[in-house]
Design a protein. Structure first.
Lengths: 303, 83
């Protein structure tokens, strides 16, 4: 039932994205800039569409396997926290295709109706931050509740380390964001500003929420790592380790993708795309590990 | 609480060293499925049969023979205390 529902949702997203990508006419300015034909542009699109859809599939597969496991243990002390984490991962998984579809639409609208471009960029940013914030709040609440199951408080190191990572990433983001000269005015090369918002609304509705997302994300990763190393059960811990490693990979890679995409105005396109695709591949590897871990944990509930 | 009614929690406690939070669910399921009784009704006479089923189940979860033997040994000690 769960598998069928998620499979249909995945197929729907994939179909919408493929139809959008191949029905939207290529940008004439881009064809001229890169010296390629419309057919070559379509073939290039395939090199983006196929890996992206595979990444979404990995994410949906991980979520399906985890939901199967969580369904078996609901009502148990560890069931509720893992259910919250599963909900958060589901939101994160769904945000991947939604982000790509919105970007494709945004690019097209920006090209055909330049006066609508600022509004579409703002809407896209708000949808992205809302989904990511919801996902990370759910995951961090679940992770905190898992740690509460262990009768040992995390040592100072486990509390300081995520704060240290957050300080580095957060400071870099704040400095680069607020010194970005194309945050409101369009970049002459791309024709687009980063967010089109004046500083005060940008700080209160985009910058601070992203800082909250990253702080909660680093805390959640630390808590999950701590839980997987301190919980009882030699066999249980071995299976949980796969799941925990995958979950930490998904959280950290998601933070990294958001960080680099938010700073896209400050980086050149080639390296940025390479970094983002590598991180997306890492996210899908994380979801596969989550699936493998959930499958093994499920076996404990079935023998 | 009699010695008999304490038996189930003791079995769960031993199992937690191997299955952590899944221990209680695992033992309850073995008792209900193979011994056809409620977990709290577990008696010392049931322990030998329960240990046989638990050994089979644990062997399906791990290839580490030592872990299986250690777990079985811990449960057998429990049976030995009750004799």
């Amino acid at each position: 039932m769960i598998k069928s529902k998620f499979f249909k949702i995945f197929l729907a997203f994939a179909a919408v994205y493929v139809i959008l990508t191949f029905s939207i006419p290529p940008d004439p300015a881009a064809l001229e800039r890169f010296g390629i034909s419309a057919l070559q542009s379509r073939l290039l699109s395939l090199t983006i569409v196929v890996p992206l859809i595979l990444i979404w599939w990995a994410a949906f597969y991980g979520v399906v396997r985890l939901c199967h496991y969580v369904d078996l243990i609901k009502g148990s002390p560890d069931g509720e926290p893992l259910f919250r984490i599963a909900k958060g991962l589901t939101v994160l998984a769904i945000s991947l295709p939604i982000g790509s579809i919105l970007s494709a639409l945004l690019n097209y609208i920006g090209r055909t109706s330049p006066d609508l471009l600022p509004k579409t960029v703002i809407v896209n940013n708000y949808i992205s931050i809302s989904m990511v914030l919801l996902a990370v709040v759910l995951i961090s609440l679940g992770a905190r509740d898992l740690v509460n199951l262990v009768n040992k408080k995390p040592r100072l190191f486990h509390r300081v380390l995520p704060l240290a990572f957050f300080s580095i990433v957060g400071t870099a983001y704040v400095v680069i964001s607020l010194t970005n000269e194309y945050r409101v005015q369009p970049n002459p090369i791309t024709g687009r500003a980063t967010h089109y918002l004046p500083d005060l609304p940008f700080i209160t509705t985009i910058l601070i929420p992203y800082l909250v997302v990253w702080l909660l994300g680093f805390m959640a990763a630390s808590w999950i790592n701590y839980y997987s190393r301190t919980t009882k059960g030699v066999i249980y811990k071995k299976f949980l380790k796969l799941f925990a490693t995958g979950l930490v990979a998904v959280i950290i890679s998601s933070i990294a993708v958001q960080f680099f995409v938010r700073l896209s105005a400050s980086l050149s396109l080639g390296p940025l795309l390479l970094i983002v695709y590598l991180l997306l591949a890492l996210i899908s590897a994380g979801y596969i590990l989550i699936a493998l871990g959930a499958k093994k944990l499920q076996k404990i509930e079935e023998v | 609480m009699t010695a008999e009614t304490k038996l189930y929690p003791q079995v769960v406690k031993v199992t937690q060293d191997y299955l952590g939070p899944a221990a209680e669910r695992f033992i309850a399921r073995q008792i209900e499925t193979h011994l056809k009784k409620k977990p709290e009704e577990l008696t010392k006479e049931d322990l030998a049969k329960l240990i046989d089923w638990v050994k089979i189940a644990i062997a399906l979860l791990t290839e580490d023979g030592k872990t299986v033997d250690d777990f079985t040994e811990s449960l057998l000690k429990l049976a030995g205390k009750k004799k």
